[in-house]
Write a protein that binds this ligand. Structure first.
Ligand code: 5GP
Length: 121
Protein backbone atom coordinates (compact mmCIF):
# COMPACT_ATOMS: atom_id res chain seq x y z
CA UNK A 1 0.00 0.00 0.00
CA UNK A 2 1.40 3.40 -0.93
CA UNK A 3 1.78 6.12 1.67
CA UNK A 4 -1.10 8.49 2.22
CA UNK A 5 -1.48 11.82 3.96
CA UNK A 6 -2.61 9.86 7.04
CA UNK A 7 0.75 8.05 7.23
CA UNK A 8 2.38 11.48 7.39
CA UNK A 9 -0.01 12.47 10.20
CA UNK A 10 0.82 9.25 12.10
CA UNK A 11 4.54 9.98 11.69
CA UNK A 12 3.96 13.63 12.75
CA UNK A 13 5.43 14.81 9.47
CA UNK A 14 2.38 17.04 9.04
CA UNK A 15 0.33 18.54 11.87
CA UNK A 16 -3.13 17.46 12.94
CA UNK A 17 -5.43 18.40 15.77
CA UNK A 18 -5.04 15.13 17.68
CA UNK A 19 -7.81 14.12 20.08
CA UNK A 20 -6.61 10.65 21.08
CA UNK A 21 -3.58 8.50 20.40
CA UNK A 22 -2.20 5.18 21.54
CA UNK A 23 -0.15 2.40 19.99
CA UNK A 24 -3.02 1.21 17.78
CA UNK A 25 -5.07 4.21 16.68
CA UNK A 26 -5.12 7.96 16.21
CA UNK A 27 -8.14 10.29 16.34
CA UNK A 28 -7.94 13.81 14.96
CA UNK A 29 -10.25 16.55 13.72
CA UNK A 30 -11.17 16.47 10.04
CA UNK A 31 -9.61 19.38 8.15
CA UNK A 32 -12.89 19.97 6.29
CA UNK A 33 -15.62 19.35 8.87
CA UNK A 34 -19.10 18.38 7.66
CA UNK A 35 -20.69 18.87 11.10
CA UNK A 36 -19.93 20.92 14.25
CA UNK A 37 -17.94 17.90 15.46
CA UNK A 38 -16.17 15.87 12.77
CA UNK A 39 -13.16 13.78 13.64
CA UNK A 40 -11.51 10.73 12.13
CA UNK A 41 -10.34 7.56 13.83
CA UNK A 42 -7.61 5.75 11.94
CA UNK A 43 -5.58 2.63 12.66
CA UNK A 44 -1.82 3.09 12.75
CA UNK A 45 -1.64 -0.07 10.66
CA UNK A 46 -2.15 0.98 7.04
CA UNK A 47 -5.21 -0.74 5.55
CA UNK A 48 -6.31 0.78 2.23
CA UNK A 49 -10.06 0.16 2.19
CA UNK A 50 -12.81 -1.73 4.00
CA UNK A 51 -12.32 -4.42 1.35
CA UNK A 52 -8.79 -4.97 2.67
CA UNK A 53 -9.74 -5.60 6.31
CA UNK A 54 -8.57 -9.10 7.26
CA UNK A 55 -9.78 -11.40 10.00
CA UNK A 56 -6.68 -10.49 12.00
CA UNK A 57 -7.93 -6.84 11.98
CA UNK A 58 -11.31 -7.62 13.56
CA UNK A 59 -10.25 -6.47 17.03
CA UNK A 60 -8.56 -3.36 15.64
CA UNK A 61 -11.65 -2.27 13.71
CA UNK A 62 -13.83 -2.92 16.76
CA UNK A 63 -11.41 -0.87 18.84
CA UNK A 64 -11.68 2.03 16.36
CA UNK A 65 -15.42 2.15 17.16
CA UNK A 66 -14.76 2.10 20.90
CA UNK A 67 -12.29 4.97 20.53
CA UNK A 68 -14.88 6.84 18.43
CA UNK A 69 -17.37 6.54 21.29
CA UNK A 70 -14.77 7.54 23.89
CA UNK A 71 -13.72 10.67 22.01
CA UNK A 72 -17.37 11.53 21.26
CA UNK A 73 -18.01 11.23 25.00
CA UNK A 74 -14.99 13.45 25.79
CA UNK A 75 -16.50 16.06 23.43
CA UNK A 76 -19.92 15.80 25.11
CA UNK A 77 -21.57 14.17 22.11
CA UNK A 78 -22.13 10.59 23.29
CA UNK A 79 -25.54 11.11 24.87
CA UNK A 80 -26.96 13.28 22.07
CA UNK A 81 -25.47 10.91 19.54
CA UNK A 82 -23.19 10.76 16.54
CA UNK A 83 -22.76 9.09 13.20
CA UNK A 84 -19.88 6.84 12.17
CA UNK A 85 -19.12 6.40 8.48
CA UNK A 86 -16.39 4.51 6.64
CA UNK A 87 -16.36 5.31 2.93
CA UNK A 88 -15.07 2.62 0.58
CA UNK A 89 -13.66 3.25 -2.89
CA UNK A 90 -15.02 5.59 -5.55
CA UNK A 91 -18.75 5.03 -5.17
CA UNK A 92 -18.39 5.26 -1.40
CA UNK A 93 -16.71 8.66 -1.75
CA UNK A 94 -13.33 7.53 -0.39
CA UNK A 95 -10.50 9.97 -1.13
CA UNK A 96 -7.80 8.82 1.30
CA UNK A 97 -6.82 5.16 0.92
CA UNK A 98 -6.06 4.42 4.57
CA UNK A 99 -9.23 3.32 6.34
CA UNK A 100 -10.77 5.90 8.64
CA UNK A 101 -13.93 6.16 10.65
CA UNK A 102 -15.62 9.52 10.25
CA UNK A 103 -17.38 10.59 13.45
CA UNK A 104 -19.95 13.34 12.93
CA UNK A 105 -21.88 15.00 15.74
CA UNK A 106 -23.00 18.27 17.26
CA UNK A 107 -26.33 18.58 15.45
CA UNK A 108 -29.18 16.40 14.20
CA UNK A 109 -27.77 14.93 11.01
CA UNK A 110 -29.76 14.52 7.82
CA UNK A 111 -29.73 11.44 5.65
CA UNK A 112 -28.22 10.58 3.19
CA UNK A 113 -24.93 12.23 4.11
CA UNK A 114 -22.47 13.81 1.70
CA UNK A 115 -25.05 14.20 -1.06
CA UNK A 116 -23.28 17.21 -2.50
CA UNK A 117 -19.88 15.49 -2.31
CA UNK A 118 -20.76 12.41 -4.31
CA UNK A 119 -20.06 12.71 -8.00
CA UNK A 120 -20.57 9.11 -9.04
CA UNK A 121 -19.55 8.35 -12.60
P1 5GP B 1 -12.83 10.16 2.67
O1 5GP B 1 -13.30 11.12 1.60
O2 5GP B 1 -11.65 9.36 2.20
O3 5GP B 1 -13.91 9.33 3.27
O4 5GP B 1 -12.35 11.07 3.86
C1 5GP B 1 -11.11 11.67 3.91
C2 5GP B 1 -11.21 12.78 4.92
O5 5GP B 1 -9.91 13.18 5.27
C3 5GP B 1 -11.95 14.00 4.38
O6 5GP B 1 -13.07 14.27 5.19
C4 5GP B 1 -10.89 15.10 4.44
O7 5GP B 1 -11.42 16.35 4.82
C5 5GP B 1 -9.91 14.57 5.47
N1 5GP B 1 -8.56 15.01 5.22
C6 5GP B 1 -7.86 14.96 4.06
N2 5GP B 1 -6.62 15.44 4.22
C7 5GP B 1 -6.53 15.79 5.52
C8 5GP B 1 -5.45 16.35 6.31
O8 5GP B 1 -4.35 16.62 5.84
N3 5GP B 1 -5.72 16.59 7.62
C9 5GP B 1 -6.92 16.28 8.19
N4 5GP B 1 -7.07 16.55 9.49
N5 5GP B 1 -7.95 15.75 7.48
C10 5GP B 1 -7.74 15.52 6.17
Amino acid sequence: MSETIFTKIIKKEIPADILFEDDRVLAFNDINPQAPIHFLVIPKKPIATTNDIQQEDDALVGYMHRVAAKVASDLGAAESGFRTVMNCNKHGGQTVYHIHLHVLAGKALGWPPYQEKLKVE
